[in-house]
Ligand binder design. Structure first.
Ligand code: SAM
Length: 262
């Protein structure tokens, strides 16, 4: 049950600086706008230099997060996972990797290009400061975390298949949930899906194609997208399917512009 899940009342109430301290806004300006101010009177969004833009829904042990982190070092990436122990595992791993980096490199702030890395560390050493994981039931609370049009990408990697027809309502793709994905994605943003279950692939394609806010991305663009390769190779499930010689079905969908009202 979800009774022990904590989630913000609204995206404005979410304090992301705890998740991404390296991206917290340290300048002490008085530029807090009313919409930046949470109900408890504290500024939250304005504490950040940027917002979360990539969400990995049902991130499991975080393979995708750790692989995406160095590829998009200036983009905030969030894994959402419903299982407590798995969420804690990912959080601890991120903490440990960040610790390794801060003890081997000088502390640099994003955008601090004039600070040269010490010669012992490779210039592009991943810092893992841009990834985090939190416990959430994304079927219920997604719009509590993200504003309208906030995200550039949503990953749905190897979602639980829920094979039996009476369990289909537990799938993380449904007409209602696709509307939520459309709400939090910006026009041009993408939903990435991958599964080894042919029936679930067909289900996800059917629901996303049926939604007026999405179009399916063509094969050439999909194959040229480095995120697709990461999703195939770096997720824990992707590796398992690879070992077992199974199939991986991929589909990507683009969030369309909303039509203009006459
Ligand atoms: N994405 C990972 C991968 O590709 O290796 C994990 C895939 S695993 C089969 C599905 C994950 O989704 C599990 O870790 C499960 O706990 C999580 N999950 C299922 N329903 C969820 C929900 N409503 N909200 C958040 N996570 C969920």
């Amino acid at each position: 049950s979800d009774h022990d899940l904590t989630y913000p009342e609204s995206p404005e109430a979410m304090d992301w600086s705890l998740h991404y301290p390296a991206f917290a806004n340290t300048s002490k300006g008085n530029d807090t706008t009313e919409s930046d101010t949470a109900q408890n009177g504290q500024s939250t969004q304005s504490r950040m230099t940027q917002q979360v833009e990539i969400a990995d829904i049902g991130c499991g042990y975080g393979g995708l997060l750790f692989a995406l982190s160095p590829r998009f070092p200036n983009t905030l990436i969030l894994g959402l996972e419903i299982r407590t122990a798995v969420t804690e595992y990912v959080q601890e791993k991120i903490k440990a990797l960040r610790g390794q980096q801060s003890s081997s490199t000088s502390s640099t702030t994003p955008g601090d290009e004039q600070v040269a890395p010490p010669s012992t560390a490779p210039a592009a050493a991943p810092t893992y400061t841009n990834i985090s994981c939190l416990r959430a039931n994304t079927m219920k609370f997604l719009p509590n975390f993200f504003r309208r049009a906030q995200l550039a990408a949503i990953f749905l990697c190897f979602p639980d298949p829920h094979f039996k027809a009476r369990k289909h309502k537990a799938r993380i793709v449904s007409a209602g949930l696709v509307s939520e994905y459309a709400f939090v994605l910006r026009p041009g943003g993408k939903v990435y899906t991958i599964t080894d279950v042919a029936d679930l692939h067909a289900w996800m394609v059917e629901h996303l194609e049926a939604h007026a806010s999405f179009e399916r991305v063509g094969e050439a663009e999909v194959e040229g997208d480095e995120c697709v390769e990461v999703m195939r190779r770096e997720t824990e499930e992707g590796k398992k399917v690879e070992r077992n010689g199974g199939s991986k079905f991929v589909a990507v969908f683009r969030r369309l512009e909303d039509p203009e009202w006459p």
